[in-house]
Design a protein around this ligand. Structure first.
Ligand code: T1G
Ligand code: NAD
Length: 681
């Protein structure tokens, strides 16, 4: 028996060197008479986690993965894939090229290529259906979600689960099968799967709705359909052609950018050790506080939930219980899970109960006076070294910290609503917040299953600061003649889950109105005069919570454009003395997106974030920016900064520099023919 052991940390990506090494090792074993069978395994934390995604931006290099898999499959001696950790993408395709597959009970198997805007390009769309059937394979390939070892055993993807040491179990299997006839073990040689074409038609219809705008899922269906309708060689050709088309597509480049952007987040410009956090507290059990407390309970971290009185506390706890009951009704949680999580949450109305917690997150009303009061009290009751965080949406962290004698321990932790669902967490460092505190909240973010981005404090931080520019433009466009429904349609067609006016109705127009009132003195004369929100508020049209805002809502919350809102819009325009004009979808898209992109450039100039890709992650994970566009700055690079600059200059000429003065960074990058993600010149 022989073992081929691969060691390419951190995830044994199938880089050119690994492929070449594999190919020569297989060839050597074929000619070595002492070798009766081969075990293929990986060192480190996982089996092959797929092709090396970084290589997709480079010209293809020999040997291709398809070549290597062909060598494996055609080997004259049994090859056993010994799988631990994850067998993903090209890694699973390699295993499918082997004659036997044995795995640890906790291994996971998947073809996540579709998440990168690709499809399995080394035979996976042809071999997997032959082994497990077209329907099961189609689901794995179109969804890209990994399956468990137990499921893989059940569907015949793996032959055995190893008890005890994997290598020994694999060698034992090799000994048992060394004389087996391999003809029946070559997956590629198995009969084409049978399936009705209705399976594929239904999948395409479903994807057009569920994955609106994404190209790769539909190509996955085409490729798996070929496994049913074509012989292997022809099917592999079709797969390769679809793969190459997707690989060079803007969507796949954007999704690959998003993959690496998320993995850059933990690379911080300092090396500080995180403090331990084994007990937390949340102040305020309202919309956000309740969800934040659930995040800690979901992670098994005990949390004190403090409210100003018993009545509000019981209301907050009741909302949490109902939330968990809803998940249990949906079968997402068992009764035990719910009980364990609720046991992690201790309600309180006494600040003294926070004396020994390691981290406090304040989520009371967005009023600086109240925040000062709360932080002054926390400064008195919390132990030295406790981290004092605020969930404020806009307020200055330094201002909040000034209410304490330990500003270095004060930081922003900005969750997004609903906090127990939204992945994004903006960790906001004040000008004196210590590196240790920043390292700790980034680590806490990871433990809560959040995508944590470290930003410096400024008005609205990253996400809301850019959002406020889009909001400005959407209300200006409304005043100039565009209907709220046209503006929402344009942004929905662009790929956002909903447009600004439907979103305002969801969040509550009173929340937006209160925010506008708190900023009135900082607004420009035109912004103050653009008072549509004031008119909606005065008319009591607060959105979904009043069954009516810009849209009317029926009992199932189904939205229809509201004639009453249109009447208010007409009165708003008349009062501004503006003649409504026809506004194109293109102008709406440009003004809403370019205003955000320009603001993002100012954010970069002010070093509010470590790198441009952090801004993309904020919008991808916190604001539903379509992943296949890679984020606002990735989108800007795909459009090209010269075009963005031309647009900014056009709107500057039409609407004024106070709104549209191009950031110097955009001017500079456009002149140098570079993009936001091109790195230093
Ligand atoms: N290629 C290159 N680098 C990779 C990589 C890959 N496939 N996977 C991970 N990395 C890097 C990552 O950027 C990070 O780098 C480090 O490894 C640790 O990753 C022909 C076309 C395996 C579940 O989509 O899902 O095969 O930031 O932080 O949380 O059909 O990584 O440290 O410098 O994510 O423990 C298909 C992608 C490829 C799997 C481990 N495969 N990887 O998670 O670590 S396409 C995938 C993952 C393909 C074929 C096709 C996860 C993981 P750095 P990490 P983790
Ligand atoms: P909310 O009105 O729903 O809840 C605030 C809670 O704080 C109330 O239950 C109130 O009783 C409690 N509270 C007030 N004073 C208190 C005190 N002295 N001690 C204890 N509890 C007290 O508000 P919310 O929407 O949850 O917002 C809370 C914070 O989170 C604000 O700073 C807001 O800007 C921010 N935020 C809100 C959202 C959102 O979408 N709602 C998103 C991100 C951040």
């Amino acid at each position: 028996m022989a073992c081929i052991a691969i060691d390419n940390p951190p995830v044994n990506a199938l880089s050119q060197a690994v492929r070449a090494g594999l190919k020569s090792a297989i060839a050597a074993a074929q000619t070595d008479a002492s070798v009766k069978a081969l075990v293929l395994l990986c060192k480190g934390k996982t089996f092959f986690a797929g092709a090396d995604i970084k290589e997709f931006a480079l010209p293809p290099q020999e040997p291709t993965l398809a070549d290597v898999i062909q060598c494996l499959e055609q080997a004259q001696k049994p090859v056993i894939a010994a799988i631990h950790g994850t067998a993903l993408g090209g890694g699973l395709e390699v295993a499918l090229g082997c004659h036997y597959r044995i795995a640890t009970p906790d291994a996971r198997f998947g073809l996540p290529e579709v998440k990168l805007g690709l499809l399995p390009g080394a035979g996976g769309t042809q071999r997997l259906p032959r082994l497990i059937g077209a329907a099961e394979a189609l689901e794995m390939i179109v969804d890209g979600k990994p399956i468990s070892a137990e499921h893989a055993l059940r569907i015949g993807l793996v032959d055995e689960l190893a008890e005890g040491d994997l290598a020994s179990a694999a060698l034992a299997l090799a000994r048992r099968v060394q004389h087996e006839d391999l003809a029946r073990r070559r997956v590629g040689a198995l009969a084409a799967p049978e399936a009705d074409s209705a399976l594929f038609t239904a999948a395409e219809q479903n994807l057009r709705q569920r994955r609106r705008g994404y190209e790769a899922p539909l190509s996955c269906v085409k490729a798996v359909r070929a496994s049913v309708e074509q012989p292997l060689a022809k099917g592999l050709q079709i797969e390769r052609a679809l793969f190459d088309e997707l690989k060079s597509s803007p969507q796949s480049r954007a999704l690959r950018h998003a993959f690496f952007a998320e993995r850059q987040l933990h690379k911080l410009p300092f090396a500080a050790k995180a403090r331990s956090v084994s007990r937390a507290a949340v102040i305020g059990a309202g919309t956000m506080g309740g969800g934040i407390a659930m995040c800690f309970a979901n992670a098994g971290i005990p949390v004190v939930l403090l409210e100003k009185d018993a009545e509000r506390l019981s209301q907050g706890l009741a909302r949490i219980e109902e939330n968990y009951a809803h998940s249990a009704r949906r079968g997402r949680l068992s009764a035990d899970d719910v009980a364990q999580r609720l046991a992690c949450i201790q309600g309180s109305t006494r600040f003294e109960d926070l004396a020994d917690v390691d981290l406090v997150i304040e989520a009371v009303f967005e009023e600086i006076g109240l925040k000062h009061e709360v932080f002054k009290t926390l400064d008195l009751v919390c132990k030295p070294g406790a981290i004092l965080a605020s969930n404020t949406s806009y307020l200055d962290i330094d201002n909040i910290a000034s209410a304490t004698r330990r500003p270095q321990d004060v930081v922003g932790m900005h969750f997004f609503s609903p906090a127990n669902v939204m992945q994004l967490l903006e960790n906001v460092r004040g000008s004196v917040t210590s590196d240790e505190v920043c390292a700790t909240v980034m680590e806490v973010g990871r433990r809560l299953g959040k995508v944590a981005v470290l930003v410096r404090s400024c008005d609205g931080f990253v996400g809301n600061r850019m959002l406020s520019k889009r909001t400005r433009e959407s209300y200006f466009l409304l005043q100039e003649g565009a209907s709220p429904f046209q503006i929402d349609r344009v942004l929905r067609d662009f790929g956002l889950p909903m447009g600004p006016f439907a979103m305002a109705d969801l969040a509550g127009l009173d929340v937006g109105w209160r925010n506008r009132q708190s900023r009135l003195q900082n607004l420009t004369p035109r912004e103050r005069e653009c008072d549509m929100l004031d008119r909606m508020y005065a008319a009591g049209r607060l959105g979904q919570k009043t069954q009516g805002g810009f849209y009317d809502y029926d009992s199932d919350r189904k939205a229809t454009p509201s004639p009453a809102a249109e009447t208010l819009v007409a009165a708003h325009r008349a009062a501004s003395g503006r003649q409504a004009r026809q506004i194109s979808d293109q102008e709406i898209l440009e003004r809403c997106l370019y205003a955000m992109i320009n603001e993002a450039a100012y954010i970069l100039e002010e070093n509010i974030v470590e790198r441009a890709s952090d801004i993309d992650v904020v919008w991808l994970k916190g604001y539903g920016f379509p992943a296949y566009r890679g984020g606002p700055l990735c989108y800007a690079d795909q459009i090209g900064l010269p075009a963005i600059l031309a647009g900014l200059r056009k709107y500057e000429a039409e609407h004024g520099s106070q709104y549209w003065k191009p950031a110097n960074l955009i001017v500079k990058l456009a002149q140098e023919g570079r993009g936001f993600h091109d790195g230093p010149a």
